[in-house]
Design a protein around this ligand. Sequence first.
Ligand SMILES: Cc1cc2nc3c(=O)[nH]c(=O)nc-3n(C[C@H](O)[C@H](O)[C@H](O)COP(=O)(O)O)c2cc1C
Length: 206
Amino acid sequence: MSTTVSEPVRELDEVALGQLFTQAHTANSFDETPVSDEVLERLHELTVMPPSAMNIQPLRILWVRSPEAQATLGALMGEGNRDKTLAAPLVAVLAFDAQWHEHLELLAPFRAAAKDTFAANEPMRVGMAKTNAAIQMGYFLLAARSLGLDVGPQAGFDAQGVNAAFFADNGWQSFAVVNLGYPAADGAGYRERQGRLEFGEQTLTV
Ligand SMILES: Cc1cc2nc3c(=O)[nH]c(=O)nc-3n(C[C@H](O)[C@H](O)[C@H](O)COP(=O)(O)O)c2cc1C
């Protein structure tokens, strides 16, 4: 992973901003083209770079690759989310790991001495994991769009059931399911754009 920037940082052009933000839509169906393992590794590489508190990176990702696993997950989706999850070329379960402190020497050597304090305070670890994994979910969605993928994030599923089915051994806790794939040629499955709050409604200046 390179840490050097070879060219001056400048604002992205409208095409790039459109792909990430202004033209992109949440997808409910996809082209049938499969998503390769190389693309998933690149997606991970991009997702882990933006900021998280103390660099703890609590997001964990389960790539649901086998038809059996996809069927198991499908049965745990809310009714309105089931068919599109079963039909998606690839599905990722997003979870958080409350044991993030075990990686502290690597992730935050400047705070490694606090490892025992975090180990003794599970509520604090869970709170930090939830907040920061949610932040990382946003990075994941935008990273996927930057690689030309469409994303269908969903919170409507049986999280306890998913944890029991997939995370009984590692204790990860699921909080989102994201359908992924290349855009359908006709944009099938995009909903009409819904409203966005205005600058004056959502911000204050002091
Ligand atoms: C955390 C999260 C949870 C969501 N849960 C669901 C869901 O369970 N089912 C669903 O159909 N859409 C779900 N969505 C999709 C949103 O409704 C959609 O992204 C939003 O309306 C914006 O749509 P647009 O990208 O087409 O403008 C979810 C999105 C996010 C980020």
